[in-house]
Design a protein around this ligand. Structure first.
Ligand SMILES: Nc1nc2c(c(=O)[nH]1)N[C@H]1C(S)=C(S)[C@@H](COP(=O)(O)O)O[C@H]1N2
Ligand SMILES: [Mo]
Length: 422
């Protein structure tokens, strides 16, 4: 079993402090999550004595000031500059299947451009009958569709391929978020431009300083690709690609080009930097897999997790997230003994195509060490692999597309640790 090297990690001591306080607080409430009520009348708390803040005191609302710890976090040692880095979604703090826009993970290759939508254009050209250009205002005149989809970086969990490394679910799995995206189906715009003979692949390019560009096949463009301008009911956040982003549902994050300004139609892929030098999977044979677009079925238990220790023995509700880039999640199994026995979890909330899906399962914890795992099965019948199964196919040099089963070691004191079973 390999363990996360938490002691080398700057977060580790903060984590221990957090554990101590939450254990003390949790033990009083005991295991059932409730405690005996005081007899009436209730004391009158300070906030009941005077009126609160008036309308207009928060023209754009913020979460409660008691939720200040629920933030995106990044690892300063992870990349050379912040402009070319990643921030992680606090999965253990979230509920339901929508990630609040301000907590959507970020991955930028050259920072977040401040784009004036009045000056931004999207151009469709190449092997088309009629090249077209669109402003944001033009696109707003088209019929809109809204769909809930996750975006997951292909590098989510990349470090864990070398054994358990990071001791927070925010860092092991937090390069995934899910939003309701609104925009125009790319199919509609290609219908207007028309396609010339030989059209097979498209190139999407961003207006950021990286001019990040990725190739994708025409089939996906005609299937469910979306030119999105809105996210969770408002215009896209700058970090998510304001004013326009390509959404390729279920496909690796990098293919979802932000700050989209150009779509070229061609015969074959362009072999850009982010599809050759990076985002390819080096196999044991020495060959690299390329254009491995789909984020295959995956799941993780978010509570308990290293940042959500168990409050005490007895009745628990284990909670987590599952997803598949191939379609809907069909089933999630949970093991309490490192994968020897499995029980089927409840899927709670909506089960949508290529979207985060919630699961829960009840557990009566006897207070002894346990190895918690979850595994997702999608509607194609695909089963999330163990690390052993994944490495048998991919070897140990491949970084991307780590969808292996996560193991949490629950200690007798309720503390939870990231481990991998050999
Ligand atoms: N133009 C552009 N698009 C981009 C990127 C970028 O740096 N520039 N990063 C990509 C990567 S690697 C990922 S994982 C996703 C991240 O999307 P998010 O920042 O909205 O979470 O955007 C992709 N699209
Ligand atoms: Mo990514």
């Amino acid at each position: 079993m390999t363990r996360s090297k938490s002691d080398k990690h700057p977060e580790a001591s903060a984590r221990r402090g957090f554990l101590r306080t939450s254990l003390l607080g949790g033990l009083a409430a005991l295991t059932a999550g409730r405690s005996q009520a005081e007899p009436a009348p209730l004391p009158v708390p300070p906030w009941t004595h005077h009126p609160g803040a008036g309308v207009g005191s928060a023209p754009y609302g913020q979460p409660s000031s008691f939720e200040k710890q629920v933030i995106r976090r990044f690892l300063p040692w992870m990349r050379a500059t912040r402009e070319s880095s990643v921030s992680f979604t606090p999965l253990a703090d979230l509920h339901g299947i929508i990630t609040p826009s301000g907590l959507h993970f970020e991955r930028h290759h050259a920072g977040v451009p401040a784009i004036d939508p009045a000056q931004h254009l999207l151009v469709i050209h190449g092997l088309v009958e009629q090249p077209l250009k669109f402003t944001l205002q033009d696109l707003l005149r088209y019929p809109a569709v809204s769909r809930v989809h996750f975006i997951e970086c292909a590098g989510n969990g990349a470090l864990e391929q070398r054994g358990a490394q990071l001791n927070k679910v925010q860092y092991t799995h937090g390069m995934i978020s899910s939003s309701e995206w609104t925009g125009v189906p790319l199919r509609l715009l290609l219908g207007e431009s028309g396609l010339r003979k030989g059209a097979r692949w498209l190139l999407a390019e961003g207006a950021d300083a990286a001019a990040m560009a990725r190739s994708f096949p025409l089939d996906k463009a005609l299937d469910d690709a979306l030119i999105a301008y809105a996210q969770n009911g408002e215009m896209l956040r700058p970090e998510q690609g304001y004013p326009l982003r390509l959404v390729l549902p279920g496909w690796e994050g990098v293919a979802n080009v932000k700050w989209l300004r150009r779509i070229e139609v061609g015969e074959r892929p362009w072999e850009m930097r982010e599809e050759t030098a990076t985002y390819t999977d080096l196999l044991p044979s020495g060959k690299a897999r390329q254009y491995t677009f789909i984020q295959e079925a995956k799941s993780v238990i978010t509570s308990p997790s290293p940042e959500r220790p168990l409050p005490g023995k007895g009745a628990q509700v284990i909670k987590g997230l599952a997803w598949s880039g191939e379609g809907k999640v069909k089933r999630v199994d949970v093991s309490f003994d490192g994968g020897r026995n499995w029980r089927t979890a409840r899927l709670t909330g909506p089960v949508l195509d290529k979207s985060l899906t919630r699961f829960e399962i009840d557990w009566d914890w006897n207070g002894r060490e346990a190895l918690l795992q979850s595994r997702a099965i999608d509607e194609t019948g695909y089963v999330q692999p163990s690390y052993r199964e994944l490495r048998a196919v991919r070897g140990t040099a491949s970084m991307y597309h780590n969808n292996a089963i996560q193991t949490w070691l629950v200690h007798a004191d309720g503390e939870v640790e990231n481990v991998q079973l050999g």
